[in-house]
Design a protein around this ligand. Structure first.
Ligand code: PTJ
Length: 271
Protein backbone atom coordinates (compact mmCIF):
# COMPACT_ATOMS: atom_id res chain seq x y z
CA UNK A 1 0.00 0.00 0.00
CA UNK A 2 1.27 3.53 -0.82
CA UNK A 3 2.79 5.32 2.17
CA UNK A 4 1.23 8.72 2.75
CA UNK A 5 3.14 11.56 4.35
CA UNK A 6 1.18 13.56 6.94
CA UNK A 7 3.10 16.58 5.62
CA UNK A 8 1.42 16.33 2.24
CA UNK A 9 -0.89 19.36 1.89
CA UNK A 10 -3.77 17.07 0.85
CA UNK A 11 -3.02 14.36 3.44
CA UNK A 12 -6.59 14.09 4.73
CA UNK A 13 -7.99 13.72 1.28
CA UNK A 14 -5.37 11.12 0.34
CA UNK A 15 -6.06 9.17 3.52
CA UNK A 16 -9.79 9.17 2.87
CA UNK A 17 -9.21 7.97 -0.69
CA UNK A 18 -6.91 5.18 0.53
CA UNK A 19 -9.54 4.15 3.09
CA UNK A 20 -12.29 4.08 0.46
CA UNK A 21 -10.01 2.16 -1.91
CA UNK A 22 -9.34 -0.44 0.78
CA UNK A 23 -13.06 -0.80 1.54
CA UNK A 24 -13.79 -1.06 -2.19
CA UNK A 25 -11.46 -4.05 -2.25
CA UNK A 26 -13.47 -5.70 0.56
CA UNK A 27 -16.75 -4.97 -1.25
CA UNK A 28 -18.18 -2.48 1.26
CA UNK A 29 -17.81 0.37 -1.26
CA UNK A 30 -19.02 -0.21 -4.82
CA UNK A 31 -16.46 0.64 -7.54
CA UNK A 32 -18.93 3.31 -8.65
CA UNK A 33 -18.72 4.72 -5.12
CA UNK A 34 -15.12 5.78 -5.76
CA UNK A 35 -16.29 7.82 -8.75
CA UNK A 36 -19.08 9.34 -6.66
CA UNK A 37 -16.51 10.30 -4.01
CA UNK A 38 -14.33 12.06 -6.60
CA UNK A 39 -17.30 14.09 -7.72
CA UNK A 40 -18.07 15.00 -4.11
CA UNK A 41 -14.46 16.06 -3.50
CA UNK A 42 -14.59 18.43 -6.45
CA UNK A 43 -17.73 20.11 -5.16
CA UNK A 44 -16.26 20.33 -1.66
CA UNK A 45 -13.20 22.06 -3.12
CA UNK A 46 -15.49 24.64 -4.73
CA UNK A 47 -17.28 25.06 -1.39
CA UNK A 48 -14.01 25.72 0.45
CA UNK A 49 -14.03 22.40 2.36
CA UNK A 50 -16.03 23.89 5.21
CA UNK A 51 -19.61 24.06 6.39
CA UNK A 52 -21.08 27.30 5.06
CA UNK A 53 -23.46 29.50 7.04
CA UNK A 54 -26.30 28.39 4.79
CA UNK A 55 -25.49 24.68 5.32
CA UNK A 56 -25.37 25.33 9.07
CA UNK A 57 -28.91 26.73 8.90
CA UNK A 58 -30.00 23.64 6.95
CA UNK A 59 -28.40 21.38 9.56
CA UNK A 60 -30.22 23.22 12.37
CA UNK A 61 -33.54 22.89 10.52
CA UNK A 62 -32.88 19.20 9.80
CA UNK A 63 -32.16 18.57 13.48
CA UNK A 64 -35.58 19.99 14.35
CA UNK A 65 -37.28 17.76 11.75
CA UNK A 66 -35.43 14.69 13.04
CA UNK A 67 -36.23 15.56 16.65
CA UNK A 68 -39.93 16.09 15.86
CA UNK A 69 -40.27 13.00 13.67
CA UNK A 70 -42.45 10.16 14.83
CA UNK A 71 -40.28 7.65 13.03
CA UNK A 72 -36.98 9.03 11.61
CA UNK A 73 -34.70 6.86 9.46
CA UNK A 74 -31.22 7.36 8.06
CA UNK A 75 -30.45 5.46 4.87
CA UNK A 76 -26.91 4.08 4.60
CA UNK A 77 -25.11 2.99 1.43
CA UNK A 78 -21.54 1.74 0.94
CA UNK A 79 -19.91 5.18 0.83
CA UNK A 80 -21.77 6.38 3.89
CA UNK A 81 -20.78 3.31 5.92
CA UNK A 82 -17.15 3.60 4.82
CA UNK A 83 -16.84 7.31 5.48
CA UNK A 84 -19.06 7.78 8.47
CA UNK A 85 -20.06 4.63 10.39
CA UNK A 86 -18.97 6.16 13.77
CA UNK A 87 -20.78 9.41 12.92
CA UNK A 88 -23.97 7.44 12.15
CA UNK A 89 -23.64 5.75 15.55
CA UNK A 90 -23.22 9.15 17.25
CA UNK A 91 -26.28 10.46 15.42
CA UNK A 92 -28.31 7.48 16.62
CA UNK A 93 -27.16 8.11 20.20
CA UNK A 94 -28.09 11.80 19.88
CA UNK A 95 -31.53 10.89 18.48
CA UNK A 96 -32.79 7.82 20.32
CA UNK A 97 -35.32 6.00 18.13
CA UNK A 98 -33.51 6.84 14.89
CA UNK A 99 -33.59 3.75 12.66
CA UNK A 100 -30.53 2.99 10.57
CA UNK A 101 -31.26 1.12 7.34
CA UNK A 102 -28.86 -0.25 4.74
CA UNK A 103 -30.08 0.72 1.28
CA UNK A 104 -27.96 -0.01 -1.76
CA UNK A 105 -28.00 0.87 -5.41
CA UNK A 106 -25.57 -1.95 -6.25
CA UNK A 107 -27.07 -4.54 -3.92
CA UNK A 108 -25.74 -8.00 -3.23
CA UNK A 109 -26.55 -9.92 -0.04
CA UNK A 110 -22.82 -10.03 0.80
CA UNK A 111 -22.37 -6.26 0.51
CA UNK A 112 -25.45 -5.61 2.66
CA UNK A 113 -24.11 -7.97 5.35
CA UNK A 114 -20.61 -6.43 5.30
CA UNK A 115 -22.01 -2.92 5.59
CA UNK A 116 -24.23 -3.95 8.51
CA UNK A 117 -21.23 -5.53 10.26
CA UNK A 118 -19.22 -2.33 9.81
CA UNK A 119 -22.08 -0.26 11.22
CA UNK A 120 -22.54 -2.56 14.22
CA UNK A 121 -18.83 -2.55 14.99
CA UNK A 122 -18.99 1.28 15.05
CA UNK A 123 -21.79 1.09 17.64
CA UNK A 124 -24.95 1.32 15.55
CA UNK A 125 -27.84 -0.58 17.13
CA UNK A 126 -30.40 -2.67 15.27
CA UNK A 127 -29.34 -2.28 11.63
CA UNK A 128 -32.30 -2.68 9.25
CA UNK A 129 -32.38 -3.44 5.53
CA UNK A 130 -29.99 -6.39 5.35
CA UNK A 131 -32.85 -8.63 4.28
CA UNK A 132 -35.41 -6.22 2.82
CA UNK A 133 -39.02 -7.30 3.07
CA UNK A 134 -40.89 -4.54 1.24
CA UNK A 135 -40.63 -2.16 -1.74
CA UNK A 136 -41.01 1.52 -2.49
CA UNK A 137 -43.71 1.65 -5.18
CA UNK A 138 -42.78 2.85 -8.68
CA UNK A 139 -39.00 2.55 -8.34
CA UNK A 140 -37.30 0.04 -10.64
CA UNK A 141 -33.81 -0.07 -9.00
CA UNK A 142 -32.71 -2.13 -6.02
CA UNK A 143 -32.99 1.05 -3.99
CA UNK A 144 -36.71 0.27 -3.86
CA UNK A 145 -36.02 -2.68 -1.53
CA UNK A 146 -36.65 -1.53 2.03
CA UNK A 147 -37.53 -2.73 5.51
CA UNK A 148 -41.13 -2.72 6.73
CA UNK A 149 -39.99 -1.39 10.11
CA UNK A 150 -37.76 1.31 8.59
CA UNK A 151 -37.95 3.41 5.45
CA UNK A 152 -41.39 2.07 4.48
CA UNK A 153 -43.05 3.55 7.58
CA UNK A 154 -40.72 6.51 8.23
CA UNK A 155 -42.11 10.03 8.28
CA UNK A 156 -38.65 11.68 8.00
CA UNK A 157 -35.89 10.13 5.86
CA UNK A 158 -32.31 11.35 6.00
CA UNK A 159 -30.71 10.30 2.71
CA UNK A 160 -27.00 11.00 2.31
CA UNK A 161 -25.47 10.48 -1.17
CA UNK A 162 -28.80 9.53 -2.60
CA UNK A 163 -30.15 9.35 -6.15
CA UNK A 164 -32.84 11.63 -7.49
CA UNK A 165 -35.28 8.84 -8.41
CA UNK A 166 -35.56 7.56 -4.87
CA UNK A 167 -35.79 11.04 -3.40
CA UNK A 168 -38.76 11.65 -5.68
CA UNK A 169 -40.32 8.27 -4.83
CA UNK A 170 -39.95 8.89 -1.09
CA UNK A 171 -41.57 12.28 -1.43
CA UNK A 172 -44.39 10.76 -3.47
CA UNK A 173 -45.02 8.49 -0.45
CA UNK A 174 -45.52 11.64 1.66
CA UNK A 175 -42.22 11.46 3.56
CA UNK A 176 -40.14 14.46 4.55
CA UNK A 177 -36.80 14.00 2.80
CA UNK A 178 -33.55 15.52 4.11
CA UNK A 179 -30.60 15.04 1.74
CA UNK A 180 -26.87 15.43 2.29
CA UNK A 181 -25.15 16.02 -1.04
CA UNK A 182 -22.25 18.29 -1.94
CA UNK A 183 -23.69 18.85 -5.41
CA UNK A 184 -26.30 21.62 -5.27
CA UNK A 185 -27.21 20.84 -8.90
CA UNK A 186 -27.97 17.14 -8.37
CA UNK A 187 -31.51 15.91 -8.77
CA UNK A 188 -31.40 14.75 -5.16
CA UNK A 189 -30.58 18.26 -3.89
CA UNK A 190 -33.15 19.72 -6.27
CA UNK A 191 -35.87 17.31 -5.13
CA UNK A 192 -35.30 17.03 -1.37
CA UNK A 193 -37.53 18.99 1.01
CA UNK A 194 -34.47 19.97 3.00
CA UNK A 195 -31.16 19.74 1.12
CA UNK A 196 -27.97 19.99 3.16
CA UNK A 197 -25.15 20.94 0.79
CA UNK A 198 -22.21 19.86 2.88
CA UNK A 199 -19.69 17.07 3.20
CA UNK A 200 -21.18 13.94 4.76
CA UNK A 201 -19.04 13.66 7.90
CA UNK A 202 -19.24 17.38 8.67
CA UNK A 203 -23.02 17.36 8.20
CA UNK A 204 -23.54 14.27 10.40
CA UNK A 205 -21.33 15.69 13.16
CA UNK A 206 -23.25 18.96 12.96
CA UNK A 207 -26.58 17.12 13.17
CA UNK A 208 -25.49 15.07 16.18
CA UNK A 209 -24.26 18.22 17.95
CA UNK A 210 -27.55 20.04 17.24
CA UNK A 211 -29.64 17.08 18.40
CA UNK A 212 -27.54 16.79 21.54
CA UNK A 213 -28.62 20.27 22.62
CA UNK A 214 -31.77 20.06 24.66
CA UNK A 215 -34.82 21.16 22.74
CA UNK A 216 -38.54 20.87 23.13
CA UNK A 217 -40.04 18.18 20.92
CA UNK A 218 -43.32 18.69 19.11
CA UNK A 219 -44.01 15.43 17.34
CA UNK A 220 -45.17 15.90 13.75
CA UNK A 221 -44.21 19.57 13.51
CA UNK A 222 -41.85 20.30 10.60
CA UNK A 223 -41.20 24.04 10.26
CA UNK A 224 -40.99 25.12 6.59
CA UNK A 225 -37.54 25.31 5.04
CA UNK A 226 -36.45 27.42 2.07
CA UNK A 227 -34.84 24.66 -0.03
CA UNK A 228 -34.49 26.87 -3.15
CA UNK A 229 -32.76 29.57 -1.11
CA UNK A 230 -30.32 27.04 0.40
CA UNK A 231 -29.36 25.70 -3.04
CA UNK A 232 -28.98 29.24 -4.40
CA UNK A 233 -26.67 30.11 -1.48
CA UNK A 234 -24.49 27.02 -2.10
CA UNK A 235 -24.23 27.78 -5.82
CA UNK A 236 -23.34 31.41 -5.05
CA UNK A 237 -20.55 30.32 -2.65
CA UNK A 238 -19.10 28.01 -5.29
CA UNK A 239 -19.37 30.62 -8.06
CA UNK A 240 -17.67 33.21 -5.85
CA UNK A 241 -14.77 30.88 -5.12
CA UNK A 242 -14.40 29.88 -8.74
CA UNK A 243 -14.12 33.48 -9.86
CA UNK A 244 -12.04 34.80 -6.97
CA UNK A 245 -8.26 34.94 -7.51
CA UNK A 246 -7.53 34.43 -3.81
CA UNK A 247 -9.54 31.20 -3.63
CA UNK A 248 -6.61 28.93 -4.47
CA UNK A 249 -5.03 27.49 -1.35
CA UNK A 250 -1.31 28.31 -1.07
CA UNK A 251 0.90 25.39 -2.08
CA UNK A 252 3.85 26.40 0.10
CA UNK A 253 4.41 28.63 3.15
CA UNK A 254 4.72 32.28 2.14
CA UNK A 255 8.31 32.51 3.37
CA UNK A 256 9.31 29.68 1.04
CA UNK A 257 7.83 31.49 -1.93
CA UNK A 258 9.37 34.93 -1.25
CA UNK A 259 12.39 35.49 -3.52
CA UNK A 260 15.58 35.84 -1.51
CA UNK A 261 17.98 38.78 -1.98
CA UNK A 262 19.76 38.50 -5.29
CA UNK A 263 17.09 36.23 -6.81
CA UNK A 264 15.66 37.94 -9.87
CA UNK A 265 12.01 38.86 -9.27
CA UNK A 266 9.66 36.91 -11.52
CA UNK A 267 6.96 38.51 -13.54
CA UNK A 268 3.62 38.39 -11.67
CA UNK A 269 2.19 36.76 -14.77
CA UNK A 270 4.45 33.73 -14.50
CA UNK A 271 2.19 30.70 -13.77
O1 PTJ B 1 -23.29 1.74 -2.10
P1 PTJ B 1 -24.28 1.84 -3.22
O2 PTJ B 1 -24.35 0.59 -4.04
O3 PTJ B 1 -25.65 2.23 -2.76
O4 PTJ B 1 -23.79 3.01 -4.21
C1 PTJ B 1 -23.56 4.28 -3.70
C2 PTJ B 1 -23.24 5.32 -4.79
C3 PTJ B 1 -22.62 6.53 -4.11
C4 PTJ B 1 -22.27 4.71 -5.79
C5 PTJ B 1 -24.53 5.68 -5.51
O5 PTJ B 1 -25.46 6.16 -4.58
C6 PTJ B 1 -24.32 6.71 -6.60
O6 PTJ B 1 -24.05 6.38 -7.74
O7 PTJ B 1 -24.42 7.98 -6.20
P2 PTJ B 1 -24.36 9.23 -7.20
O8 PTJ B 1 -25.57 9.24 -8.09
O9 PTJ B 1 -23.02 9.32 -7.83
O10 PTJ B 1 -24.53 10.42 -6.20
C7 PTJ B 1 -23.67 10.66 -5.15
C8 PTJ B 1 -23.74 12.16 -4.80
O11 PTJ B 1 -23.10 12.31 -3.56
C9 PTJ B 1 -23.02 13.06 -5.81
O12 PTJ B 1 -23.84 14.18 -6.10
C10 PTJ B 1 -21.76 13.52 -5.08
O13 PTJ B 1 -21.41 14.84 -5.39
C11 PTJ B 1 -22.19 13.41 -3.62
N1 PTJ B 1 -21.10 13.09 -2.69
C12 PTJ B 1 -20.05 12.25 -2.87
N2 PTJ B 1 -19.29 12.19 -1.77
C13 PTJ B 1 -19.87 12.99 -0.84
C14 PTJ B 1 -21.04 13.56 -1.42
N3 PTJ B 1 -21.83 14.40 -0.74
C15 PTJ B 1 -21.50 14.67 0.56
N4 PTJ B 1 -20.40 14.15 1.17
C16 PTJ B 1 -19.57 13.31 0.51
N5 PTJ B 1 -18.52 12.79 1.15
Amino acid sequence: MTRLSPRHPRYRSLRTRAHLGALARTGVVAPEGLIAHGRGEAFDYFLGERTTASARRAIRAAAVWLANADHPVVSVNGNVAALAAPAVARLQRARPGLSVEVNLFHRTPGRARRIATLLRSAGVLDVLGVVPNSRIPGLPSDRARVDRRGILVADVCLVPLEDGDRTEALRAMGKHVISIDLNPLSRTSETADLPIVDELTRALEGLAAELGRSRRRTVGEFPPFDARGALRAARRTMARRLTSVGARPPTAPRSARRPSAGTPRRSRRTP
